[in-house]
Write a protein that binds this ligand. Structure first.
Ligand code: HBI
Ligand code: FE
Length: 298
C-alpha cells in the first residue's frame, strides 16, 4: 500500500458515517490550531496539575520523560508547531489538529505516516472530568509524550499500517481492541511492577489508582491474539488491563504476527468477555470484579 496519498475507501462499508465539517478537506486536518483563550489555558494547567498529583510513581518512566522533554507543563495548551518540531527531531512524528473523531481509514493513514491527529478543542469546566470525544488534553497530554519513545513510536506507525489490512478483512473491531488494550489502557512492567502507559488512564481523573491498585480488575500479561478476541467497554473503568514486558515486546508481537492468518481465523464477533480469565492467560492479578458486580458507573 502507498501511504503517500489517501486511498479511496468505500466509507459506507468501512467507517461510521461521520459528517465532515465544510472547512476541512479529505484529510480532515484543520487549517491551523485554535487560538486558545486565557480560560482554555487555565483549564489545561488545572488538568495538568491534577494528573501530576497522581501519576508520579504510577506512570511509566518514558511518559514522564516525554512530558519533560516536550515541556508540556510550561503553562497553557502547547503549540502543535512547536511539538511537531521537537518530536520530529526525536522520533520523526508530528502532531496535527483535527476537529473531532475522524474516520478510521483517515486516522490509520495519518498514523502510518507518523502524524498524530490531535483534537483541536479543549473541554470546558462543565465537562472537566469526563468527555466522550478526545480533546487536546487527552490527545496531547495522554498520547504525545509516548511518541518520544522510539519503539513505541514505531509501534504506533505499525498500528496505522495494520489498519489497512484489517479493513480489507472487515476486522476493524478486532484491531480496535488491540488499540484499546495497549495505546489507551495499557500497563507495562517496570522494576517488577505494572506502570501506566495508556493515554485513557494517564489523562483521566480516577483510573490511574483503580488500574494499578484496586482489587476489582484483572491484570493479565498481554498476548496480541488473545487481546484481539476480547470485547471492551468504552465508557467505564476497565474490567481487565493487559500488561506488556516492554515496548519491544509489544512491537515484536505485533509485527511478527501474521495478521492475514489471524483475520481469517477470527469470527465476526469477540470470543472473550471483557472480564474473562482463560486457561492460557499469564495472570498477575485475578480481579474480584466487585466494581462491575455493583453495577459500575451505572
Ligand atoms: N479520531 N480524532 C480521532 N482520534 C482517535 O483516537 C480516533 C479517531 N478515529 C478513529 C479511531 N480513533 C479508531 O480507529 C481507533 O481508536 C482504533
Ligand atoms: Fe486516545
Amino acid at each position: 500500500t502507498d501511504f503517500a496519498s489517501l486511498p479511496e475507501v468505500d466509507t459506507a462499508v468501512f467507517t461510521a458515517p461521520l459528517k465532515r465539517p465544510a472547512h476541512v478537506g479529505e484529510d480532515w486536518l484543520e487549517p491551523a490550531q485554535t487560538q486558545y483563550t486565557a480560560e482554555d489555558d487555565r483549564i489545561w494547567d488545572d488538568l495538568f496539575d491534577r494528573q501530576m498529583s497522581v501519576l508520579p510513581g504510577r506512570v511509566c518512566t518514558p511518559f514522564l520523560e516525554g512530558l519533560d522533554r516536550l515541556s508540556l507543563g510550561n503553562g497553557g495548551v502547547p503549540s502543535f508547531e512547536r511539538l511537531s518540531r521537537e518530536l520530529g527531531a526525536l522520533t520523526g512524528w508530528s502532531v496535527v489538529p483535527v476537529p473531532m473523531l475522524i474516520p478510521d481509514h483517515v486516522f490509520f493513514w495519518h498514523l502510518a505516516n507518523r502524524r498524530f491527529p490531535a483534537g483541536n478543542f479543549i473541554r470546558t469546566r462543565e465537562t472537566f472530568d469526563y468527555i466522550q470525544e478526545p480533546d487536546v488534553f487527552h490527545d496531547v497530554f495522554g498520547h504525545v509524550p509516548m511518541l518520544t519513545d522510539p519503539v513505541f513510536a514505531d509501534y504506533m506507525q505499525e498500528y496505522g499500517r495494520a489498519g489497512w489490512k484489517a479493513m480489507r478483512y472487515n476486522r476493524l473491531k478486532a484491531l480496535g481492541a488491540l488499540y484499546w488494550y495497549t495505546v489507551e489502557f495499557g500497563l507495562m512492567m517496570e522494576n517488577g511492577e505494572p506502570r501506566i502507559y495508556g493515554a485513557g488512564i494517564s489523562s483521566g481523573p480516577t483510573e490511574a489508582i483503580f488500574a494499578l491498585e484496586a482489587e476489582s480488575p484483572n491484570r493479565i500479561m498481554l498476548n496480541v491474539d488473545r487481546v484481539m478476541r476480547t470485547d471492551y467497554v468504552i465508557d467505564d473503568l476497565q474490567p481487565t488491563y493487559f500488561v506488556i514486558e516492554s515496548f519491544e515486546d509489544l512491537y515484536h508481537q505485533t509485527v511478527e504476527r501474521d495478521f492475514d492468518r489471524l483475520y481469517r481465523s477470527l469470527g465476526p464477533s469477540f470470543t472473550y468477555a471483557n472480564s474473562a480469565v482463560i486457561d492460557v492467560d499469564d495472570v498477575l492479578h485475578r480481579g474480584t470484579q466487585e466494581y462491575f458486580l455493583r453495577g459500575g458507573r451505572g
